[in-house]
Every structure is written in C-alpha cells, then in structure tokens.
Write a protein that binds this ligand. Structure first.
Ligand SMILES: [Zn+2]
Length: 376
C-alpha cells in the first residue's frame, strides 16, 4: 500500500457540494452515536441500521452509498479505540457528537472515483481540479477528501502496489546517514544537508498572531480571522517541512539502494529543553519514515558508540555535544563529528568497508572556520 496526498481546487459550487457531503457523513455519524448509546454494536449492525435510515430518509440515496458505508467502518473503529482505552485502564467517557467543523472528511472506498488528466472524478459529485505532482503507482483502493482547518481541500489516495518481483538491491550503493540538529543530515559520502529550521524563522509571526488572538474578544469575527490566519501559517510550516523531507528522502533513494541510519532516541533528547525546539522543528522521525518507504533497503542500527568511535581506527574519542569536530590522537583523523558518526553508522552494517573508505580529511583551517560559522 502506498499513500499520496494531492491538493484539490474545487470551484465555489463544488466546494458547497463537498461541504454538503461532509455534513451528510457527520449527520450519519451522529445518528450512529445515538444508536450506540446503549452499548457497542458491530459494524454489521451499523450497516443494517444504515439501510433502515435510508428507508426513512430517502434523500440519503442521493449520496454515494460506499461513502455512507465508510461511516460505519469509522464508527466501529472509534468504538474499538474507546474499548481498548478502557481495557488499558484509561478514563474514558462515551463517544461525543461531532460538531460542525470538527468533522472534516469523507471517504470513497473501492469505487466511485477516477483520477486522470488533472481531474478527480467522484461519483455523485463531479470532476474536481487536482494538482497531481506525482505519478501514482498501483491501483487506487481508497480516496479520502479532507478540508483543512484553514479551508483548503486535499485528497489522500491509497494505492495497492502490484505484487511484482522484489527489487534487485545493489549493496555497493549504500550510505550511512547521521541526523542531527546542527546538520539535518550528514552522510558517509560527505554530503551535508543543513537544518532548514523553518519553524524557528516563522516563530515570531506565529507568536505575534497568538498575541493578537488573545487580545481579541472571544467569539468576535476578528478573533476568528486571527485564528484562521494562525492556522494558515501553521499549515505553511508543516507543508514546507514535509516538502523538505520528501525532497531529501527522494534524493537519497535515487542515489542509493541501501540507507543505514541510527535508531532514534528522541525521548532522551527532548528532555534537554534547549534542544527540544530544534528537535520538533527537524522532526527526523517523519523524514526517516519517508526514507524507509522510498529506499529499496532501509536498515536501523543501534546508536551505541557512533559519535565516540574513530571511524578510521576505532579509537574511542569521547566528546560533548558542543564539540563539533572529531580529532583522533591515534590516527590523526580530523573530520566533522557528524561525518564521523555517519561512517560509523555505515560500518555497523558493512564492517569490511572500514579499510576501504578513508574519509576525506578537511584541512584544519577550513574546519575551524566552518565550526565558527556554524556556531554563530
Ligand atoms: Zn583514529
């Protein structure tokens, strides 16, 4: 299975129709909430109840039947989630009615959709302009239409990949990647990708709008406007970050067959308050997820020793986070600490590479210059 997300550009009248479909799903969902007040009901019971509802409310026939059936699936999913929470000793109430604006999606499953020539055709709705920036692979199984809080429309497409031959992996095309705060990624071939720090740059405007929101009267139109603006900026940051993750992971997946990375230990790092903002901003986890599904082979190794060990001779060179350069007294290797780490990460999977790969040493002068500019 593979997922794609595309932006939709409905016309004004189409937007009304989409909102209407969401509201119909919400209406059915809320009917289900009412129906399940007595206790848990199975998905089949819900489907029977849906047929009953349709007989009472014949206008429901104007909507794609699979879409309404997916509300049954969703409802039974919510019930299961609630049940497992209860079983794990969590305090839970009952499922709440979905209010206007809380419910923002509807699903077309298995049938009723077509995606071609920059158009998404939905049965009982029509052709909607779509920005398809990627060619999809496999057969479309499901389409989820979502309205974001700021009012944009997106379409998530789930595809089932053909069960063809497994890919042929060239193990010589292998790279070790170290992810970090100073450098978002440093690889064993010496390529550096600096951290874009999108959020940091946008933090000021975000804080400004937040202050604006708090000054506005609750319920006022100005406050609503400010909230919407806040959501737009927030979405913009998320999109920028996603875009960056996609581009970088695609670059790696095209260049290499095998990617070796460290298992992330975010829990330890977030404890350091100075680091947490940068960590949230870099969000390596989501990057690595993308890398994982794009690469032919993705390997996670234990992080033990990767920053301390000398990648050339194995000598232990302990260093604090502030020390950006790895200096080995034994073999005189002087390289960036992240570079050293990425080679060690690679060695964990391919130890024989140790003798073959001699990291390119950077002259001490340029190294210190670089270190200064980075720290500044
Ligand atoms: Zn050494």
């Amino acid at each position: 299975m593979r997922n794609y997300k595309f932006r939709l550009y409905p016309t004004v009248s189409q937007e009304d129709v989409l909102v209407n479909n969401i509201n119909v799903c919400r209406w059915v969902y809320n009917k289900f909430i009412d129906y399940t007040k007595k206790g848990t009901v199975s998905q089949y019971d819900l489907q029977d109840y849906l047929i009953e509802l349709k007989q009472q409310e014949s206008w429901l026939y104007n909507y794609h039947s699979k879409m309404l059936q997916m509300v049954c699936v969703q409802m039974s999913g919510s019930q299961k989630a609630l049940k497992s929470l209860k079983e794990n000793g969590k305090k839970t109430g009952s499922l709440r009615f979905a209010r206007y604006g809380e419910y923002r999606t509807f699903i077309y499953n298995q049938s009723g959709y077509k995606l071609e020539n920059g158009k998404l055709t939905l049965s009982k709705i029509g052709d909607i302009k779509i920005k398809q920036h990627r060619i999809i692979q496999g057969k479309i199984k499901q389409v989820i239409i979502t309205k974001t809080k700021s009012g944009k429309w997106y379409c998530s497409v789930t595809c089932e990949l053909d069960k063809t031959q497994p890919p042929i992996i060239n193990f010589k095309k292998v790279v070790g990647i170290d992810v970090g705060i100073k450098n978002f990624a440093y690889d064993s071939d010496g390529s550096v990708t600096p951290n874009p720090l999108n959020l940091k740059k946008m933090l000021k405007p975000l804080a400004r709008i937040q202050r604006k929101i708090s000054r506005r009267q609750i319920g006022s139109n100005n406050r609503k406007k400010a909230i919407k603006f806040y959501q737009i900026i927030h979405e913009r940051i998320t999109n920028k970050r996603k875009d960056f993750h996609h581009k970088l992971s695609t670059t790696y997946a095209r260049k290499y067959d095998v990617a070796v990375v460290e298992k992330l230990q975010l829990t330890n790092m977030v404890k350091n308050p100075k680091l947490s903002r940068s960590i949230m901003d870099s969000s390596w986890g989501t990057f690595l997820q993308k890398l994982e599904y794009k690469c032919k082979l993705y390997v996670e190794v234990e992080p033990r020793g990767t920053t301390i060990d000398c990648s050339r001779c194995g000598n232990k060179v302990p260093k604090s986070l502030a020390v950006r350069i790895h200096r080995c007294d034994k073999c005189n290797l002087v390289i960036d600490r992240d570079y050293n780490a990425s080679i060690n990460i690679l060695h964990k999977v391919i130890p024989s590479e140790r003798r073959k790969s001699t990291p390119v040493e950077i002259s001490k002068r340029s190294m210190t210059q670089e270190a200064h500019s980075k720290d500044g």
